[in-house]
Design a protein around this ligand. Sequence first.
Ligand code: SAM
Ligand code: SF4
Length: 348
Amino acid sequence: MTLSVPTLDLDRPASHLAPLIDPFARAITYLRVSVTDRCDFRCVYCMSENMSFLPKADLLTLEELDRLCSAFVLKGVRKLRLTGGEPLVRRGIMTLFSSLSRHLDSGALDELTLTTNGSQLAKYAAELKACGIERINVSLDTLDPDKFRAITRWGDLGKVLTGIDAAQAAGLKIKINAVALKGVNEDELAGLVTWAHGRGMDITIIEVMPLGDIGEERLAQYLPLSIVRARLSEHFTFEDIDYNTGGPARYVRVNETGGRLGFITPMTHNFCESCNRVRITCTGTLYMCLGQEDAADLRSPLRASESNEPVYKAIDEAITRKPKGHDFIIDRRHTRPVLSRHMSVTGG
Ligand SMILES: C[S@@+](CC[C@H](N)C(=O)[O-])C[C@H]1O[C@@H](n2cnc3c(N)ncnc32)[C@H](O)[C@@H]1O
Ligand code: SF4
């Protein structure tokens, strides 16, 4: 199956388009797209067990997602990450990857990538590589099968590890994302770092963010990365390095393993000053900041006209509202989510 993407003004050179620069002079060059809010896992920090999902009719079609992503590419986006929910459970998703890969071929895009829970990687790794994908992020918080089941509720560790094997065999570079969870995987993080680096993978440890009502007290899960880092330095020595993937992670080199370790600390460290990214949901809502409610509807202008002009106008207007930073806070007075939407809606 191939996508029938209309040949409108979509793939014309973008010389007539103004690049996306926000009010704080940050160039927007990175778009993250949640292609579905659905998932085959129910991670305790991300979803409640009984999630209700959007009606399928509300979702952008794969053609519409292609059109919207391509509009951003024409507006200067150089890196595109598909996420979710679990991007690889969306039916026909490989046709979207395949179709978007034309922007890699043309040189308009530097990188096309995804964040995945790894459950479907064994099936799709080779196809992803064939679409020009070089590096992927795989989320994995533990190597203990029982703990894995407890954290993801529905996941099977063996399947994810087979997926990681398949991805490496296909030549994809992998970065592991692990969320630090108090009393759950905190004693395992050093082992995860050793394992990831032993397989030639970078690893990033992420602080829990207060997104969405998940039916459990956020405070119970929250483990500040200052503590994680202090504990890891009992096992390893770190060297600060100037490695930057354009994201919020601060990287160190672990001298004992030679591998890279990143820390994403949205709660304890403000990473907004260099923010180059925006996010769209699977319904075409543009969020200028992961940590703020303000959003712009792009589905209506997308559907209103065959021309992309209304979409460009809506994007330009939204970027003028990109805030300076987020307002995350977890403390004893704020155990409710700051934002009602889940990470699976905006994409992690
Ligand atoms: C929402 S998931 C979507 C992609 C895919 N399903 C996966 O798990 O990789 C993206 C990332 O967000 C992280 N995440 C989800 N909810 C989070 C939260 N409340 N705080 C911090 N990270 C979270 C996940 O661990 C994952 O690494
Ligand atoms: S973190 Fe990813 S795998 Fe886990 S429930 Fe959320 S979307 Fe699904």
